[in-house]
Design a protein around this ligand. Structure first.
Ligand code: PEP
Length: 254
């Protein structure tokens, strides 16, 4: 079901102590200041801190735990890897898949991401599936083709029931960590396009029910304008998710 979601991707940042202090501040601020809206908050700390951070989240409320990646196999001789089932067993409900940093630095392609999606869904996790174009692609006027291919090859192999569990994040690569946010019109245009592609691949109901988040230098100053767009259902936040005041302000932007 379509929901407003703000997800914080902490990436490879924080120590256990930092993570515990950060989540404690976020929980207190959000509980004190966010009363009216039904926005869901997903926090995605590094693997070693999932359990500890999860224990600090109030039960049954708006807070949910997410991971930043998972392996495509359920278990086995894959030294150093973490399975979706392991994540689920420590309380994760979401997992980010297809983040551009995973695609770029770890060579994750659509075929591998398809397997990871299946593994996440089989373990009962909700994938936050990221798509987004490079600056070069945008300047060549190829954004729609590029996003459409990422969706088709990476995501649209899922059944209707599986797809129901998926959240999509549109993250233009040129906007991630650069301070260059997409304008609300640029975000809306691509979000509307993604919704149209979902309607074609599945049906109008699936398109209406899918939460599509914007990611890329979203912050306390621009979130309200971005979230006011009809097809923007929230944000996947990197840098600003590490600052409790900024993250809370973003959550308050609905
Ligand atoms: C991200 O990495 O998902 C992201 C959106 O980062 P930032 O907000 O720092 O641009």
């Amino acid at each position: 079901m379509r929901k407003n979601i703000v997800a914080g991707n902490w990436k490879m940042n924080t120590t256990l102590q930092d993570a515990q202090a950060l989540i404690s501040e976020i929980v207190h601020m959000v509980q004190d200041e966010v009363t009216g809206s039904a926005v869901e908050v997903v926090v995605c700390p590094p693997f070693p801190f999932l359990s500890a951070v999860g224990k600090q989240l109030p039960e049954g409320g708006r807070f949910h735990l997410g991971a930043q990646n998972c392996h495509q196999k359920e278990s086995g001789a894959f030294t150093g890897e973490v399975s979706a089932k392991m994540l689920q067993s420590v309380g994760a409900e979401y997992v980010i898949l297809g983040h551009s940093e995973r695609r770029q630095y770890f060579g994750e392609d659509d075929e591998l991401l398809s397997q990871k999606l299946k593994a996440a869904l089989a373990a009962g996790l909700k994938p936050i599936f990221c798509v987004g174009e490079t600056l070069e692609t945008r300047e060549a006027d190829e954004t729609f083709n590029y996003i459409s291919k990422q969706l088709k090859d990476g995501l649209f192999h899922l059944s209707n029931e599986e797809f129901d569990q998926v959240v999509i994040a549109y993250e233009p690569i040129w906007a991630i960590g650069t301070g260059k946010t997409a304008t609300s019109a640029q975000a809306q245009e691509v979000h509307a396009f993604i919704r149209e592609q979902i309607a074609r691949a599945y049906d109008a109901e699936a398109a209406l029910n899918t939460s599509i988040l914007y990611g890329g230098s979203a912050n306390a100053q621009n979130a309200r304008e971005l979230f006011s767009q009809p097809d923007v259902d929230g944000g996947l936040i990197g840098g600003a998710a590490l600052k409790s005041r900024d993250f809370t302000e973003i959550i308050k932007s609905f």
